[in-house]
Ligand binder design. Structure first.
Ligand code: ZN
Ligand code: ZN
Length: 211
């Protein structure tokens, strides 16, 4: 059987030396890759978190790079992305022979202030947790609530009173979630505190009595 001799139109190598894929050698075979027109992420300059798929998460370079790489489509087996180099690497070819193909892909990290940080700095709060009763329990639960809530939302203010402690919390749903998680029952009262961007703003007070 006679094999026709081919020369790669791009690099000139012959099919006696390397494998061919169509008219090109496997290294030069044109690959089609779709690059997204614009890739940008918002990062909060106050808390350092980044917005990924609609959620604000702790800054994690590898996660952002993975998210960028997942936006590429085309004839490659695998893609990676490096933020510091602003460079994508596509592994093209087939399972027998893979070649890295590097491409510059700019990704912008925009500096913003996230809603949570802007609310916190303006003193915004949706809920007040009032801890009353046994002083040792007040102390213990104040510490516990602060620790848990700091991860989910923010505290605008902590007020020590002679009858107990008031905690001013950014998000009231997080307080509901916290209390139900701990199986605690609070006496709840809600009042209209005005408007914010056309929406009614309610403030909820959660009164907890310890015996
Ligand atoms: Zn070639
Ligand atoms: Zn922030």
């Amino acid at each position: 059987m006679q094999v026709m001799k081919l020369l790669c139109p791009s690099c000139g190598v012959s099919n006696e030396e390397v494998r061919f894929s169509g008219p090109f050698c496997v290294k030069c075979k044109p690959v089609h890759i779709d690059l997204p027109k614009k890739v940008e992420y918002q990062r909060c300059s106050r808390c350092g978190r980044v917005r990924l798929k609609g959620n604000w998460i702790e800054w994690n370079e590898a996660k952002v790079e993975g998210d960028v790489a997942a936006k590429f489509k085309g004839e490659f087996l695998r893609a990676t992305y490096s933020l510091p180099d602003q460079e994508a690497t596509f592994f093209v070819g087939d399972k027998r022979e893979m070649y890295p193909l590097k491409m510059q892909v700019p990704v912008a990290i925009l500096k913003v202030i996230c809603q949570q940080c802007s609310r916190q700095s303006s003193g915004y709060f949706e809920a007040i947790i009032q801890l009353r009763g046994k002083p040792s329990s007040i102390k213990r639960f104040t510490r516990l609530f602060k620790k848990i809530l700091a991860k989910k939302t923010f505290l605008s203010k902590e007020e020590e009173k002679k009858e107990g402690v008031d905690l001013y919390v950014g998000n009231s749903r997080e307080v509901v979630a916290l209390l139900s998680e701990l199986g605690m029952r609070a006496q709840i009262s809600r009042k209209l505190a005005g408007q914010r961007q056309g929406k009614r703003l309610y403030r909820t007070t959660f009164l907890l009595r310890f015996q």
